[in-house]
Design a protein around this ligand. Sequence first.
Ligand code: ZN
Length: 300
Amino acid sequence: MKQDFSRSGAAAQRKTVFVALLLPSIVVICVSASFAQTKPGQRAHASMSPEAKALLEQAIGVVCTQAKLDPKSSIAIDEMQARPSLPIHSPEARAGAERAQRLLPVAKELVINSLRQLSTEYGVRKSRYFNLRLTQAIARVNSVRRVRPDMDSRDNASVYLSRPHVITFGTIFLAGLRSDEGMISVLAHELMHIADGDNDSLRTLVRAVGNRASDLTGLDIHGQRSEEVTCDLIGAMAARAYIVNSPDYESIARRLARSVQHNCVDLDEGDEDHLSPRNTIRALLALNPGLVRELINDRF
Ligand SMILES: [Zn+2]
């Protein structure tokens, strides 16, 4: 059994335990780089140059500055946590729920493409066994039908694997993601949990992403943290593809920033299963240097 709520720190952890006690039978799960050639069985140890680290920090600055300037920026998780619960029928929660449901079909398609792309990049598609698992994972993503708004879930989104066709979404979170880009990113994160399923079907890929993120950042990204980072990476990839497919008058950087912006917290706390929010952005950008370039080079 796996348990996870996708977004928050300590508050979510407490809530996860609470749900586990009440519903012991329900399984719950809660957002490119080149590789050195290695011999079979040997892992490439990637690292970042001081220059690359400086650019990454600059890109985080862009994301979190846009959080203050952009009227459609995503609210930071710690700020969401501090807000009172929002009734399902409040205008903000309804607007968020409609946005999520409208974007669900697009998010599914983008997740499937991103998952195929990531699997190819990490070299795991050479395995017939993995390809079979990938086909099953894609079928699970395709079978998701509905977003269920839930007042008690507050600033979390989650997937109950006993009901794999539904993504449960806290009303505060629905209201706090004020853009299509932010919403696609979180929907894609949850869909990636569904893709991985209750048997960690995609563990070969998840482990490879976690190892690479650990090497690049020096952070401990193993176990459930690998899955969370992979879900976030798929979320960022899906949001980027959405932006490319739907050009508008807004800058690319501003739109990209929305896909990770909910992590621009003041209170930066992680837990055993999640990196802290700001380290989540750090890991994502380390794994995806193209995003760093686009965030820094694009004008607002
Ligand atoms: Zn998650």
